[in-house]
Structures are given as structure tokens and as C-alpha cells.
Design a protein around this ligand. Sequence first.
Ligand code: NDP
Length: 254
Amino acid sequence: MFSEDLLAGETAVVTGASRGLGEAIAYRLAEIGADVVLTARSADRLEAVADGIETGTGSTAVPVPGDVRESEDVARVADRATELGDGAVDVLVANAGANFHAPVAEISENGWRTIVDINLNGTFRYCHALVDALTAADGGRVVTMSSVVGRDGAAESGHYAASKSGIEAFTRSLASEWAERNVRVNCVRPGLVATPGVEENRGVTAERIDRSDVDRTLGHPDEIADLVAFLVSPGASYVTGQTYTAEGVPDGAD
Ligand code: NDP
């Protein structure tokens, strides 16, 4: 769908790249020519994903373990990416995220803070750490990750919904600020997608997906990766500050 050299010579950072959507996005960006820096907490899984990307695509994939809640970790990832890109980072995909299901009455303050810290503050930390490198790219792109829950809200996901809504508002604000830096900032808002996180929470798998069927209630990670690839491509050169929904039918996913 996208040409192999679309992002040739570019450097991309993908957070939450050890599995699920982040892994699929990192693979897709590498497949269309970008060198990728992958980050998440689990070093072993990151290493395996990076090996798979290098073998499968021929692009460079550098695993840098880190927690999006730790500014020092974020700075280390940003430094490594800036070094790889000779001072410029072309693409940031702030995808890392987490959730647990609980009614608001039972969410502890610590539980609330943890989800907001990973999803919303983690997105801020990466944008903040990479602002100079994205500006140096002279045409940088950021893609943030919301959820249809950030639009609709959902019972037992008040903390998650608030963090994702915040990401959408942050995206619009950042796009206004960074237009003068020639950095486009957009957001992807998936419905339910078959990733390990969703399999753990809901017991559904990608094997259920049949695109010859009209029943589009479950997405494949590659379908989200394609939307991200479009948003960072020259085809989206007139698009900034927007949130794009990828949802087969309205279903209230997380
Ligand atoms: P997964 O749970 O499968 O993967 C989450 C990724 O984020 C992992 O790589 C995980 O790695 C990383 N991560 C989690 N916490 C941290 C942290 N503190 N620091 C660094 N990395 C972290 O999630 P999905 O792939 O399903 O979701 C990816 C994104 O898409 C999330 O933002 C999610 O909210 C959003 N989304 C997903 C939907 C779905 O249906 N799958 C629907 C709507 C939105 P590790 O554990 O190694 O740190």
C-alpha cells in the first residue's frame, strides 16, 4: 500500500513498541524505510521485536528500554534517537498506554495517577523531550494515541477516558504551537483492536477477524499501523491537529 522508500533516511521513535499496536506500527514504519527506535519497559520483548524488524525489513531497529513515567528514561531514549538521526528525529509515535477496569468509586488515587501518568503525562514527556529534534527534522510528525473511550467515555474506565480525552486536546494544542516549527501533530483513535492487552482484558483474538464479513467489530493491529503510516506520509501534508477514528462499527472499545 505504501512505497518501500516512503520514509527512507528518516528516524522514528515508537513508544510501547514491545507488543500490540506499537510493535505493528514500528514494523510498518521500518517496512517503508524508516530507522526506528523502540521503547517499552520489557527489554527482552523489545530486543525480540527489534530483531524481527531488522530481519524482516532491512531497516535499523534500536531497542532502548524505559518507562514513560521516568523523565530520565525518556531523555535516554530521546538522546539515542537524536544520535541515530544525526540531530533530527522525523517521527514520534506516542503509543504507550495502559488501563485497568474499575468503577470510579473503587479507583484509588494511586490507580488514577498511574493511568494518567502513563497515558497523558507520558505523551507530554516524549513530545517535550523531542521538540528540538523534531524541529530539526524540518517537517517532523507526531502521532498520539487516543481511544474511542476518550471520545465516548465508558463505565469502569473513567481514569482511562480522562487520560485519552486529554491526549486529544493536547494534540490540538500542540499542533497549533508546533505549526511554526513545521511539525504536524495528529492523533489516532482506535476502536477495539486485537492486541495482547485486549486479549488479556477481553479474551478476543485476531483469529476472529474476517474482512470478507460485514461484522467489523474488531480491528487488526496492521489496520492501525496503516493509518499511522498515512498520517506521517506526505499524503497527509495538509493534516494537522486532527484525531482520526479507526473503528469498524461504533462498539465502545478500550
Ligand atoms: P498493549 O497492552 O498490548 O501494549 C502496551 C504497550 O505499552 C506495551 O509495549 C507496553 O510495554 C507499553 N507500556 C505500558 N506501560 C508502559 C510504561 N509505563 N512505560 C513504557 N511503556 C509502557 O496495548 P495495545 O497495543 O492494545 O495499545 C496500544 C495503545 O493503543 C495504548 O495507548 C492503548 O490505550 C491504545 N488503544 C488500544 C486499543 C485496543 O483495542 N488495543 C483501543 C484503543 C486505544 P511494557 O509492558 O513492556 O512496558
